[in-house]
Design a protein around this ligand. Structure first.
Ligand code: GLN
Length: 304
């Protein structure tokens, strides 16, 4: 195995000085309060050795990274049934685009664009007794960390400004692909996106996607086949209309969020999270992508 600490220390130096820092998301006003100078990186290997640099322990808004976790919970409860309501194809469109949804009669292209994630939220609102509480407990169990919480200010901020998500949910409802009330589903969706976690906590949570479905305490949450499918979706759809570029530059399955986080993993080897709030034009962390490109190039470790 390469010297991960040496690699991430030198990546931090390189990327801190990069001029392509990106722009912090402001369409959710609460996200715009975060400094674009932040940069954190944390890596956990298959033996649970950890390596960190920069702001790796500072919590940030995970946003769309949460979509992997809701998908996992829904898949764990309902199994293959969920694919009747959401497809598994890359969209080639930005995360919040709606035109394909109309063309394809209310079946979202995949569970990581907003419309697809809203269908998954609808499934959880139906299936769970106390959806927000039960989902939070699920994440806490995966991470083995009871301190993980929602950020209410971020959830409220998005509730007040998430017009495109209201549009998506209403379109889904008009096609009969939303069983609960729009307000209830979006309240859950805005909360899942508002989860506040550090790079370290995200690595602890995503450890199971690298470890064939078993979390750090060796409890099995997903089958090897389910992990195969979720990792495939992260590779093909995890970065929206930049999924091809991420596979090309980095070569790992992963998931981004507009809070500036990216989680990526190499099955059976390691899981890594970067956080840098400045986003590129496609809504993915600019310096996070650079850092991950450097890591897989330096270590010559990727799925390819
Ligand atoms: N909550 C955000 C939204 O719905 C999530 C988007 C993202 O992280 N790409 O717009």
């Amino acid at each position: 195995m390469p010297d991960f600490q040496k690699n991430i220390d030198s990546i931090l130096e390189e990327v801190k000085n990069s001029s392509a820092i990106g722009t912090v998301a402001s369409y959710i006003p609460e996200l715009a309060t975060v400094s674009s100078a932040k940069f954190g990186i944390h890596l956990i290997d298959a033996n649970q050795q950890t390596y960190a640099a920069g702001d790796a322990n500072e919590a940030f808004s995970v946003q769309s990274i949460s979509k992997v976790l809701t998908l996992s919970m829904a898949l764990g409860i309902l199994g293959e049934e969920i694919w009747k309501r959401v497809d598994v194809e890359p969209s080639g469109d930005p995360f919040n685009h709606l035109s394909l949804l109309e063309q394809e009669n209310g079946i979202p292209r995949n569970p990581f664009i907003n419309a697809g994630a809203i269908v998954i939220s609808d499934i959880l609102v139906t299936q769970l007794k106390n959806p927000k509480e039960d989902f939070l407990n699920y994440v806490r169990k995966l991470a083995d960390d009871s301190t993980i919480s929602y950020n209410e200010s971020v959830a409220i901020s998005e509730k007040e400004t998430g017009f495109k998500n209201y549009a998506a949910a209403n379109l889904l409802k008009s096609y009969g692909n939303l069983n609960n009330k729009v307000e209830d589903v979006l309240d859950f969706y805005f909360h899942q996106c508002s989860l506040s976690m550090s790079c370290k906590q995200l690595c602890d949570t995503f450890y199971l996607y690298m470890n064939r479905g078993k979390c750090k305490r060796n409890t099995s949450y997903l089958t090897i086949n389910q992990i195969k499918r979720i990792n495939a979706l992260m590779l093909t759809c995890g970065f929206y209309d930049e999924a091809g570029e991420f596979a090309f530059e980095v070569g790992l399955p992963g998931k981004s969020g507009v809070g500036g986080g990216i989680v990526a993993l190499l099955p059976n080897k390691f899981c890594i999270t970067t956080w840098s709030p400045g986003l590129n034009k496609k809504g993915n962390s600019a310096r996070g992508m650079q850092a991950l490109e450097r890591l897989t190039t330096m270590t010559e470790l990727s799925i390819f």
